[in-house]
Design a protein around this ligand. Structure first.
Ligand code: UDP
Length: 236
């Protein structure tokens, strides 16, 4: 029995850039697509939310003089670009998928509803949920929490470059150690930055565990699905 039968995977836009600082690294994209295909073919239902930080972030834009709301709209469109890139990479390796957008923009993607996304996943398609929440000010971590709750995922998987949640930044603090499991309350008490607080609170209040793991090591997605103790589980 697999530990997870339906997941919401969050990938940051930055991670799509791979070794480049911006934009999309095709090799990295293909590696993610292959990991996703392997897990989808084993019968796990997958929804994916991708960030847009490799292209544009509203908050950083506003510091450079962009209107915050327009900047956030640009950021949301950036997530759509990344989602189309992932869709294309999945299709090219034979993995069925569908792009849903939080803002109406057919024919780029179908307008998201919970039921259409679940139907797609039940048909073996990976549901790529683009456009964040559709609202400015929020982040794609919050969009992931929201969509994870909506699609009734067993957990939200946060694929990062770090292999879990640490007591402190391990690059700055050599004595920092990694948690295998940590409660949301302890995340608050220790002031750990697993996600922004809006996303964290949504997950806590709606009983959606978060698994933080290193998605850049090939094969890790499958390992986490199979219940191998890598990464950190944040639980209610
Ligand atoms: N964004 C937004 N509303 C949302 C999700 C995202 O306005 O619901 C905008 C916001 O400007 C954000 C940008 O899209 O900075 C890219 O998303 P995010 O920063 O979460 O991407 P990541 O850091 O994961 O690459």
């Amino acid at each position: 029995m697999k530990k997870y039968s339906r997941i919401l995977l969050k990938l940051s836009g930055e991670s799509l850039a791979g070794d480049k600082e911006q934009g999309i690294d095709e090799k990295q994209l293909e590696e993610y697509a292959r990991q996703l295909k392997e897990v989808a073919q084993s019968g796990v239902e997958i929804g994916v939310v991708i960030g847009g930080g490799n292209i544009f972030r509203g908050l950083s834009g506003s510091k450079k003089g962009f209107d915050r709301i327009k900047g956030d709209q640009m950021g949301m469109l950036a997530t759509v670009i990344n989602s189309l890139a992932l869709s294309s990479a999945l299709t090219s390796i034979g993995q069925n998928n569908r792009v849903f957008t939080s803002i109406r923009m057919e024919p780029v993607g179908e307008l998201y509803t919970k039921w259409k996304a679940i139907e797609a996943m039940q048909n073996g398609e990976i549901a790529i949920l683009a456009g964040g929440t559709g609202n400015p000010i929020f982040t794609t971590d919050t969009a992931s929490a929201l969509r994870g709750i909506e699609i009734e995922a067993d957990a939200m998987f946060k694929g990062t470059r770090v292999d879990g949640v640490y007591t402190a930044d391990p690059e700055k603090e050599p004595s920092a150690f990694k948690f295998d499991r940590i409660s949301f309350d302890e995340v608050y008490a220790r002031g750990l930055k697993v996600m922004d607080l809006t996303a964290t609170t949504l997950c806590k209040d709606n009983n959606l565990p978060v698994v933080v793991f290193d998605m850049d090591t090939y094969g890790n997605l499958k390992k986490v699905i199979d219940g191998e103790p890598i990464g950190t589980v944040v639980y209610v």
